[in-house]
Write a protein that binds this ligand. Structure first.
Ligand code: SF4
Length: 229
C-alpha cells in the first residue's frame, strides 16, 4: 500500500469521525515545511493556508499570512486579522489599516517597503483577543517570518503583539519606550532584533489623543531604519 493511499485513508477516517461526532474541528499536527527548514515565506504561507492547528480555522474565510517586502528592514506585527482582513486575505486593510498606512508614510516609507504580519493568521470570532493556545499554535509562522525576513527592527502594535513576541505579560504602558527591548532571533546565539512597542492603530482610532505618543514611538524606529546595512 502506498503512502498516498494511507494518507487518503487517514483523511477519510478523520472526516467520518468528525461527521459522526458532530465535531467541526479537531486539532491536527502542524504541516512541515515544503522543502526543509526554514523554507521560504511562500512555502510558509502555503502551509498556513491549509493549517488547522487551532480552532480559529473554524470561522475563517481566509488565512491572512502577511504581506510586504520579504527583505524589509521594518516588520510590523499586529494582533489578528479583523473582518475586512479575513474577507480580503490581507493584513491591515480596514480603517485601522488605513491609519497604519499613514503611520508608515510618516516614516517616508510605503507598505511595499515594510512587512506586515499578525500574531495569529486567522480571525478570532467577534475580533476577540487570541487565546494563549491559539497564539502558541500560530507562533511558528510568526517565528518563521521574523527568521526569514530578518528585519533591522520590529514594531509591535498593541499589547497582544508585544506580549506574544516578547513572551511577557506586561501592560503596554510598561513596554512602550522601554530601551533595549530585543527579540531573540536564535536563542543562545546572541542574534537579537530591537523591538519598538506602540499602540495598535485601532486603539489610536478610538483614542486620537494617543497619536502624539505613537509618533514618539515611531521616531524611535528611525535610527535602526537608517543605520548602515
Ligand atoms: S490561527 Fe494560525 S495556528 Fe490557528 S489555524 Fe490559523 S494559521 Fe493555524
Amino acid at each position: 500500500m502506498t503512502d498516498a493511499t494511507l494518507t487518503a485513508r487517514a483523511v477519510r477516517a478523520r472526516l467520518r469521525l468528525e461527521a459522526l461526532s458532530g465535531i467541526a474541528w479537531l486539532p491536527v499536527s502542524q504541516p512541515q515545511p515544503v522543502r526543509g527548514t526554514p523554507g521560504t515565506l511562500a512555502e510558509w504561507a502555503a502551509m498556513a493556508a491549509g493549517c488547522r492547528a487551532c480552532r480559529l480555522c473554524e470561522g475563517r474565510h481566509s488565512v491572512v499570512f502577511g504581506e510586504g517586502n520579504p527583505a524589509a528592514r521594518l516588520l510590523f506585527i499586529g494582533e489578528a486579522p479583523g473582518a475586512d482582513e479575513d474577507l480580503q486575505g490581507r493584513p491591515f486593510v480596514g480603517a485601522a489599516g488605513g491609519l497604519l498606512t499613514k503611520m508608515i508614510q510618516a516614516l517616508t516609507l510605503s507598505r511595499d517597503d515594510v512587512y506586515i504580519a499578525n500574531t495569529v493568521k486567522c480571525r478570532p470570532p467577534g475580533n476577540r483577543v487570541p487565546q494563549p493556545e491559539e497564539l502558541a499554535a500560530c507562533r511558528r509562522f510568526l517565528e518563521a517570518q521574523v527568521a526569514l525576513i530578518r528585519p533591522k527592527v520590529i514594531c509591535t502594535l498593541g499589547r497582544t503583539a508585544a506580549n506574544a513576541l516578547l513572551n511577557c505579560d506586561a501592560p503596554l504602558g510598561a513596554l512602550r519606550g522601554l530601551a533595549g527591548t530585543r527579540y531573540q532571533l536564535v536563542p543562545g546565539t546572541g542574534e537579537e532584533i530591537p523591538v519598538i512597542v506602540t499602540y495598535h492603530p485601532a486603539h489610536l482610532l478610538r483614542h486620537p489623543e494617543a497619536k502624539r505618543d505613537a509618533w514618539t514611538d515611531l521616531q524611535r524606529l528611525l535610527p535602526y531604519l537608517h543605520a548602515a546595512p
